[in-house]
Write a protein that binds this ligand. Structure first.
Ligand SMILES: [Zn+2]
Ligand SMILES: [Zn+2]
Length: 385
């Protein structure tokens, strides 16, 4: 592995100032460099951040009387053993928060009178979540659907100005129009400036005077619109599943990518079919005569009717499984199974003649079907007394 050790450049050269420059000149030079090498200004230049840090380090030394004297006498070596702050591992945000020396400079970068706590960065748009209700059949078959996705757009009447024509925004009273609240702390490390966004105007510095709100957007400057997104819901989806459509969320800011659209599905229950994942369950009632004698019946499945054989002597609770007749696994060619749970039904009322026939029938049947080895059981119960 090759380790490159870079020789540190002279701090005056880094800032491009002469050795007898005053503090004003040094500050000015640093501001210029900081603007120049800001990552948003130079997004394609991988060296920009390095250069920025180099400038920040030079500035920290040359703007501090004691450090500058030491540096002038001994060069970089003179500072190596001191409480020198190493900028190399810091991000830009670190450099600009919490340090008094940089706090003073904030106003220089904001592009106006307003200071900022951090640089604007490209941001990914937010995800959008929507609910979609499907019938059981739609969930089985899948569907293509146009979905209305809410979207905020600039107000067509005030064009984002938020106020009626002839009216204007006023400076926020809470922050006096600066958009932020500053708390200055003195500590052993110098002056620390904590800056927070004004809770009243959310950093804008301005607010809409009462009664001056644009009538169309109510002073928001934006209106809710809907755009249509085609969604493809695959066959076999189940209640609670989500379909993600990438890039259909909110737009990103400052060139960031858009968020995603999450469609949360709720599937209506079916009156007869139940689901257990991709398996479909169906309770199927048959008459007791059919259960005794056996028969063929047609049962509904999600793909149409299927004939199943009820064997003679089928009891309630018997499960008959039809392989691959369940729900499709979403985005797959595989299917679950269909399980048919047999429920044997008996008539609750019998006519006299039916009763008579059943009595006759009973005489013809070997009772062992009720309790096999019943004598054995009775014996074992009495012997255990
Ligand atoms: Zn408006
Ligand atoms: Zn404010």
């Amino acid at each position: 592995m090759k380790v490159l050790s870079k020789k540190k450049r002279d701090y005056y050269d880094v800032l491009g100032v002469s050795k007898d420059s005053d503090i004003k000149t040094i500050k000015k030079a640093f501001r210029k460099l900081a603007r120049k090498y800001h990552p948003d200004m130079k997004p394609d230049d991988p060296n920009a951040e390095e250069k920025f840090k180099e400038a920040a380090e030079a500035f920290e030394v040359l703007s501090d009387k004691d450090k500058r004297v030491t540096y002038d006498r001994f060069g970089h070596a003179g500072l190596s053993g001191t409480q020198f702050r190493d900028f190399s591992g810091m991000g830009f945000e670190d450099l600009f928060s919490g340090f008094g020396i940089f706090g003073d400079l904030f106003s220089a970068f904001g592009g106006g009178s307003r200071a900022r706590t951090s640089w604007p960065r490209a941001q990914r748009g937010q995800d959008v979540r929507l609910n979609l209700e499907l019938s059981f059949e739609e969930a089985m078959r899948g569907l293509k659907k146009k979905i209305r996705v809410p979207n905020w757009a600039q107000c067509p009447t005030c064009h984002g100005a938020r106020v009626k024509q002839g009216e204007s925004m006023k400076n926020c009273k809470t922050c006096q129009g600066t958009g932020e609240i500053r708390h200055i702390q003195r500590s052993a490390f110098g002056q620390i400036v904590n800056i927070s966004t004004c809770p009243q105007c959310h950093g804008e510095g301005k607010s809409v005077p009462r009664g001056a709100e644009c009538e169309v957007c109510g002073g928001l400057g934006k209106v809710k619109q809907f755009r249509s997104v085609s969604a493809e819901i695959p066959a076999g989806v189940d209640d609670g599943m989500r379909v993600v459509i990438q890039g259909e969320g909110r737009p990103g800011e400052l060139g960031g990518p858009p968020g995603d659209l999450f469609i949360v599905l709720s599937v209506e229950p079916h009156p007869f079919f139940r689901r257990n994942g991709a398996d479909i369950l169906l309770e199927y009632p048959i008459g007791f005569i059919d259960a005794i004698l056996g028969t063929k019946v047609e049962v509904p499945t999600i793909d149409g009717k299927e004939t199943i054989i009820i064997k003679p002597g089928t009891e309630s609770g018997k499960i008959i499984t039809l392989r691959n007749k369940g729900a499709p696994y979403p985005n797959s060619s595989h299917k679950g199974d269909m399980h048919i749970g047999i429920v044997v039904k008996f008539p609750s009322k019998l006519t006299k003649s039916s009763k008579k026939l059943l009595k006759e029938l009973e005489k013809t049947i070997d009772k062992k079907y009720v309790f096999e080895d019943s004598e054995e059981l009775v014996k074992s119960l009495s012997s255990s007394k």
